[in-house]
Design a protein around this ligand. Sequence first.
Ligand SMILES: Nc1ncnc2c1ncn2[C@@H]1O[C@H](COP(=O)(O)OP(=O)(O)OP(=O)(O)O)[C@@H](O)[C@H]1O
Ligand SMILES: [Mg+2]
Length: 240
Amino acid sequence: MANSALRLADIDAFYGDSHVLQKVSFELGEGRLLGLLGRNGAGKSTCMNVSVGLLPPRAGSVEVFGAPVTRLAPEMIAMRGVALVPQGRRVFRSLTVRENLMVAARGVLPGARHAPWTADTVFAMFPRLNERRTQLAGYLSGGEQQMLAIGRALMSNPRVLLMDEPSEGLAPQIVAEVMATIRRLKESGLSIVLVEQSPKLVFDIADDMVILNSGKVAVAATAAKLRSDNIDLHQHLGVF
Ligand SMILES: Nc1ncnc2c1ncn2[C@@H]1O[C@H](COP(=O)(O)OP(=O)(O)OP(=O)(O)O)[C@@H](O)[C@H]1O
Ligand SMILES: [Mg+2]
């Protein structure tokens, strides 16, 4: 397998007394795209929160490019090159499009493979954001806000990009645009975790798939293996 970009090993995570992740392990290889699937409440976002340091795990370890980051502060983990596009986009609605990008700007990390991202390169990738650069983000459409959330994450020039349900609440045509963007980012060499609820969306683009069910890993395999075995993903997702 490629070098490990992000590794979660035996993660136990809690919200208060609620044991939300139970011995969760998975590994994202460098330059690969891992699809993380699971129904509502399966623990997908919790995995993302643990990965970026927003929720310190009670047990287990997180590594970024082989270096332990478990229980480091979120800004320290961000400095190691991990960026999250959060579920629900969470753009700063009262800032302009350009300001949303600039607040997240950071220099190039050592070892970054792709050209550094700046507001200009983000605008070149998303011409619609360029047209709206001086507008308040709160007035953008859902699809534009998603592009902005992706652009904002890219501004930190990450090596590992975590995307939490980027297609949520978007019309099919916009979802297709978002998926095309993700494909381009993968081709640029980024290592990506794509969280989704729909296996259909991720199957085409993912190298590896992990399915969470009630806070546990139910399936972890390459997408090719799942395809050749003709695995019924819906069964593992717990959707009947
Ligand atoms: N801040 C919180 N406090 C307490 N419980 C939480 C909190 N956030 C999530 N949970 C619970 O933890 C479990 C896992 O939630 P999580 O958000 O990780 O699921 P998810 O797979 O991302 O779901 P969705 O697809 O709906 O986003 C759920 O039972 C949820 O209710
Ligand atoms: Mg979620």
